[in-house]
Design a protein around this ligand. Structure first.
Ligand SMILES: Nc1ncnc2c1ncn2[C@@H]1O[C@H](COP(=O)(O)OP(=O)(O)OP(=O)(O)O)[C@@H](O)[C@H]1O
Length: 379
């Protein structure tokens, strides 16, 4: 079993509705309760920004800096892990723009945000993800690419590199460029990164499917069958990557006229989709009821947490926003016992602490009240 990593102290400065906050946190389950708009999700968002990317709301940094503050914000966590304590911090300073996020680890400036993954993994589930199965494929690709970080911390950068190259190609297409050498250079890069993306996704799906199989088949969180729709993802599972790269590069070169007419690149990993089926019902997830979709998603996210722990050797921090509201009593109890088995620090939010009453004595209960956080009185 992976060693537990948990946040023992969290500090927020000028972040959302918090001017200055410092809270001590216990390992295991932590329940944030409070009124609507009190700042519960903001706390989870702060923790989610201790990983690369834009956090669980994908908000511009200008939005997360406190209104009425100086335009900057800072987040800081003390982690207790298998190798002792580590301090990680991030934020932007006054006057720095969107690209100005800094990361510090034990006081030293990190090379990139990816360095945080060496110390901390964060897995989240928010109400915004309720539309994952019915919403646009782009959301599922983004979800999938975040899952891949469990097995490959370099995946985020690779996805950015591919996007950048593809935008360059799309510009050539819409400009009507016939500069074959430019096209070749960009397409070679797209083939290389695109196939690496497809290979990482295919591997993630293979490993995650094995974790999902470990969910009890009659349990409250049904097993899902997951697969990928993309040609590249299918090809890399059965052919050497160099061959797939060459095939993709030729397809891009041969597809220039078609893509010129469309005004964009029509083939590549930016078009593939994560397909999810409810196994017991043998039905596509998007046709399931709202509650069934939520239960499927919880199963996938918990399986992903388990995979992250096994691959990285440290337990991820789980952020489960408004989780209790969506689950009946039986499912809540099942969730709590899986969380205990996973041995993760798990932050859960809700307007009503009573929904978590079965965790009494086994969790830290904190009340969030518009910029302050303190122990929940009747917990
Ligand atoms: N940049 C900001 N500066 C100051 N306050 C902000 C900023 N961004 C958001 N807020 C405030 O934060 C509050 C929302 O916090 P949050 O979304 O964490 O609430 P919540 O407790 O999760 O509520 P709910 O139960 O309704 O989901 C709102 O009152 C909002 O006005």
């Amino acid at each position: 079993m992976p060693a537990q990593t948990h946040i023992s102290k969290l500090t927020l400065t000028n972040f959302r509705n918090y001017a200055a906050l410092a809270i001590d946190l216990a390992p295991g389950a932590v329940v944030f309760s409070g009124d609507n708009g009190a700042g519960k999700t903001n706390l989870l968002e702060a923790i989610s920004l201790l990983t690369p990317g834009r956090g669980l709301r994908r908000a511009p940094y200008a939005d997360v800096a406190r209104e009425g503050g100086d335009g900057g914000f800072a987040l800081h966590a003390r982690l207790d892990g298998p190798d002792g304590q580590v301090e990680i911090g991030t934020g932007i300073s006054v006057g720095e723009g969107e690209g100005g996020r800094r990361v510090r680890i034990n006081g030293a400036t990190a090379r990139s945000a990816e360095d945080m993954l060496e110390w901390l993994r964060v897995v989240w589930l928010t109400p915004a993800m309720d539309a994952l199965f019915t919403g646009p494929a782009a959301d599922r690709r983004r979800f999938l690419d975040r899952l891949v970080l469990a097995i490959d911390p370099g995946h985020g950068q690779r996805a950015l590199d591919y996007e950048k190259a593809m935008r360059g190609r799309n510009r050539l297409l819409t400009d009507g460029s016939r500069d074959d050498r430019w096209f070749e250079a960009i397409e070679t890069q797209m083939a290389e990164t695109g196939v690496a993306i497809a290979a990482a996704r295919a591997e993630l799906v293979r490993l995650l499917a094995a974790m999902i199989d470990r969910l009890p088949d009659t349990g409250p969180f049904p097993q899902a069958d997951i697969s990928l729709s993309g040609d590249l993802e299918a090809e890399v599972s059965s052919a050497p990557a160099v061959d797939v790269e060459e095939r993709f590069r030729r397809a891009l070169a041969g597809g220039r006229d078609r893509d010129r007419a469309a005004g964009r690149t029509l083939e590549g990993p930016h078009r593939s989709d994560l397909l999810v089926r409810h196994r017991p019902k043998a039905m596509p997830a998007e046709l399931c009821s709202t509650g069934e979709q939520k239960a499927l998603l919880v199963g996938i996210v918990l399986s992903h947490a388990r995979l992250t722990g096994e691959m990285s050797g440290m337990t991820p921090i789980l952020l489960l926003d408004e989780i209790a509201a969506h689950l009946d009593g039986g499912r809540r109890a099942a969730l709590f016992s899986i969380l205990e088995e996973l041995n993760c620090q798990a932050f859960m939010t809700g307007t009503d602490a009573a929904l978590f009453s079965s965790l009494m004595g086994r969790a830290q209960f904190l009340t969030v009240d518009h910029g302050t956080v303190g122990p929940t009185e009747d917990a």
